[in-house]
Design a protein around this ligand. Structure first.
Ligand code: HMG
Ligand code: MG
Length: 302
């Protein structure tokens, strides 16, 4: 195994990608307490919430209150998802540090998720990114359904390139490649990255795996071998996309940390503090978290 990078950035998306898919509404004060605990675990990046339409994602209807209510630990970037200028305005009022715009590589998922064709989405995201940059914020971009679409199946890599090009053209710093429904497998990740890395530097890309079929950690390993250094994950494996049937939890931050620690890579994250944060949200959710690391902990405790 040949892995060059020694410092890896973990972007914690649990408070957004995790909670957006939960049937129970986690009270605002509990969300704030959880983000505050995450802030003290050594993570440098937390996607706190999303400023989408509350009718589309009721679980995060309290985005303004959460973003305004959290403690700001120096050195931590507090980010949020925004679909358009209306969402951006709410995010700016709540003192967001960075915003993420998002769209899908496949047409049908884009329609189901944000109610627009891909062609109609570009100007909306461009306008949003421009306004965010003008407000002095950094912008991240997500491409969803990179490795497969729940409605269309296989997604041509040319479509991923087209969306990535467009996002970078809009001024996003980094494009996160979403395996929205967790269908990617290691060989596919290698093949897709081989194509993308001919065109885009690894520093401009991040990997966003869901673990629906248990492949997320294997996909991380291949991505590391290909030189990728930024991974999105969700504590305890919370997560999913309500507009992608079959999208289950994200790659678990605690499982990712176990792998990276084992490989001797630097993340700056304290495993024990992360577990404390996991226990807190588990208690608030009233169900066990499904990550392997949390299951192992519970096995040892019980
Ligand atoms: P729409 O209904 O087409 O919106 O929804 P519209 O622009 O036609 O406006 C309709 C009404 O919504 C208007 O109000 C707007 O003001 C209002 P009215 O005039 O009728 O009173 N509105 C808003 N209100 C609050 N906040 C806003 C906002 N925008 C418009 N931001 C929209 C379009 C994009 C808003 C909607 O489809 C939406 O909110 N979708 C979000 C879906 C979502 O959050 N999905 C999950 C996140 S993506 C994901 O999980 C994948 C990812 O993790 C990566 C991966 O795994 O691949 C990122
Ligand atoms: Mg996701």
């Amino acid at each position: 195994m040949k892995i060059d990078p020694t410092t890896i950035t973990i972007k914690e998306v649990g408070p957004r990608d995790g909670l957006q898919n939960e049937a129970v509404f986690i009270p605002t004060a509990d969300k704030i307490a959880w983000v505050n605990q995450l802030s003290h675990s050594g993570l440098s990046y937390i996607e706190v919430t999303s400023f989408v339409h509350p009718k589309w994602i009721p679980a995060l209807a309290d985005a303004v209150e959460v973003m305004s209510g959290i403690e700001r630990v120096p050195g931590v970037t507090y980010a949020a998802l925004v679909p358009n200028v209306k969402g951006l305005e709410r995010a700016l009022a709540a003192q967001v540090d960075e915003v993420s715009v998002f769209m899908s590589a496949s047409e049908t998922h884009n329609m189901k998720n944000i109610n627009k064709t891909r062609q109609d989405t570009y100007p909306i995201l461009a306008e949003t990114a421009k306004a965010a940059l003008a407000a002095g914020k950094t912008v991240r971009g997500y491409v969803s359904t990179v490795f497969g679409c729940p409605y269309e199946g296989a997604v041509p890599v040319e479509d991923v390139i087209r969306v990535t090009d467009a996002l970078l053209e809009m001024g996003v710093q980094e494009v996160s490649l979403g395996d929205t429904i967790g269908v990617a497998h290691p060989r596919q990740v290698q093949e897709v990255l081989e194509v993308l890395l001919r065109r885009f530097p690894a520093e401009r890309l991040a990997m966003h795996f869901h673990d629906t079929r248990g492949m997320a950690i294997a996909n991380v390993l291949v991505s590391l071998e290909m030189g990728m250094t930024t991974f999105d994950s969700s504590l305890g494996g919370l997560g999913g996309c309500p507009y992608a049937l079959g999208a289950s939890g994200n790659l678990a931050t605690d499982d990712l940390l176990y792998l990276l620690d084992g490989l001797g890579m630097q993340t700056g994250v304290d495993g024990e503090k992360l577990r404390e944060a996991a226990r807190l949200i588990q208690e608030k959710m009233g169900r066990p978290l499904m990550s392997h690391s949390m299951q192992a902990c519970q096995g040892q405790e019980g």
